[in-house]
Design a binder for this molecule. Structure first.
Ligand code: ADP
Ligand code: MG
Length: 293
C-alpha cells in the first residue's frame, strides 16, 4: 500500500524510483547532516539463513530445530524466517504453536508440543530467569564474534540451544555510504542487533559510528537525542520497528521493499530498496530546491 505520493518532479527521480509525499520535505532534506541507517533489511539484504545449530547436552539437534522452527514460523522477523526455513529443510513439517507472543526487539514465546518455548536474544532468556550453561555461552560468543545473530532457544525453563543466523550486506551498501559521505553527511548504523554483529557490518560498509542493541521504542529516542544535540537527522529504515523513528526524523526514507508501516511513516520511499538512491534522493532534493528558489 503506497501512500498517495507523487514522483519527484524530474525524469531522473522517476527513473530512480523515489516517491515523495509532499514538497515540504525538501527543506529539511537540504539541511540534513546525519543519516541513521537501520541495519537489517536496509544495509543488509534481510534475507537471513540458518548457519548453525548447537544443542545443549542431552538435547537432540532435530528436536531443538523442531521446537524453535515451529515457534519462529509464527513470526515475520527476518531472523525468525531464517530459523523456520532452516528447521523445515532439516526436519520436515513443523508442528503448530499456541499462545504465541512477539516480544519486540527481543524474540518470541509460545507453546509447541506442550512445551513453553522462547527464542530470541540472550536478554529474553535472562529476563525469564533462564541462565545459559557454559557450552551455550561459548556457542553464543563464537556466533557473535563471527558477525552472526545468535538465537537462544529455551523451553520449560531451561536453555536448550543456540542457533546462528547470518545475513549478507547488500552489494550496493558500501558505495551508498561513500556517496552519503561525499555529500558531507555522517552515516550512523542504528540497530537492535548486538554490538559485535553491528560493528562487523559497519566495518564492511565503511561506517564509523554504531548505535547497537537499541530496542524498537528507543530508536525514536536516539533520533530525538541527536536532534536535541543540534543535528538534522535523516533516518533510513524498512521495518515496523523503524516506523516511529522514520516519523520523528527530519527526513524519513523508507525502503520500498520494507513494511507498509515504514512506508507510511516515511517522507520518501526508495522504491527498489537500493540504499544508493538515498544519497541520490538527497542530492536531487537539494538540486530541486535550488531550482525552485
Ligand atoms: P533490527 O534493528 O536489526 O532490524 P530488531 O529490533 O527487529 O532488529 O530486533 C533486534 C534483535 O532482536 C534481532 O537482531 C534479534 O537478535 C532479536 N529478535 C527479534 N525478533 C526475533 C525473533 N523472532 N527471533 C529471534 N530473535 C529475534
Ligand atoms: Mg530493519
Amino acid at each position: 500500500a503506497t501512500p498517495t505520493a507523487l514522483m519527484v518532479g524530474t525524469g531522473r527521480g522517476a527513473q530512480l524510483g523515489i516517491l515523495i509525499k509532499g514538497l515540504e520535505v525538501l527543506e529539511s532534506t537540504r539541511r540534513v547532516d546525519t543519516v541513521l541507517l537501520d541495519k537489517t533489511g536496509t544495509v543488509t539484504s534481510g534475507r537471513m539463513r540458518l548457519q548453525e545449530a548447537v544443542a545443549a547436552d542431552g538435547v537432540a539437534v532435530a528436536g531443538l530445530l523442531r521446537l524453535a522452527g515451529a515457534l519462529e514460523h509464527a513470526s515475520e522477523h527476518p531472523v525468525a524466517r531464517a530459523v523456520a526455513e532452516g528447521a523445515r529443510e532439516r526436519t520436515g513439517t513443523l508442528p503448530g504453536v499456541t499462545g504465541f507472543a512477539n516480544v519486540p526487539g527481543l524474540g518470541v514465546r509460545g507453546t509447541v508440543d506442550g512445551h513453553r518455548v522462547l527464542a530470541g536474544r540472550a536478554r529474553l532468556a535472562e529476563g525469564a530467569g533462564i541462565a545459559l550453561p557454559a557450552g551455550l555461552r561459548a556457542a553464543l560468543a563464537a556466533a557473535e564474534a563471527a558477525g552472526r545473530t545468535a538465537v537462544v532457544v529455551a523451553w520449560d525453563g531451561e536453555a536448550r540451544g543456540v542457533l546462528a543466523v547470518a545475513d549478507a550486506v547488500k552489494p550496493t551498501s558500501a558505495e551508498a555510504v561513500r556517496e552519503l559521505r561525499a555529500l558531507g553527511l555522517t552515516p550512523v548504523l542504528l540497530t537492535g542487533d548486538n554490538k559485535a554483529v553491528a560493528e562487523a557490518v559497519a566495518a564492511e560498509v565503511g561506517i564509523d559510528e554504531v548505535i547497537a542493541e537499541v530496542l524498537p521504542e528507543d530508536k525514536v529516542a536516539v533520533v530525538a537525542r541527536l536532534r536535541a544535540g543540534g543535528r538534522t537527522v535523516a533516518m533510513v529504515g524498512d521495518g515496523v520497528n523503524d516506523a516511529a523513528a522514520l516519523a520523528a526524523a527530519d527526513l524519513g526514507l523508507a525502503m520500498g521493499t520494507g513494511t507498509d508501516a515504514a512506508i507510511e511513516a516515511g517522507d520518501l520511499t526508495l522504491v527498489r530498496g537500493d540504499l544508493r538512491v538515498a544519497a541520490e534522493a538527497i542530492r536531487l532534493a537539494r538540486a530541486t530546491l535550488a531550482t525552485i528558489k
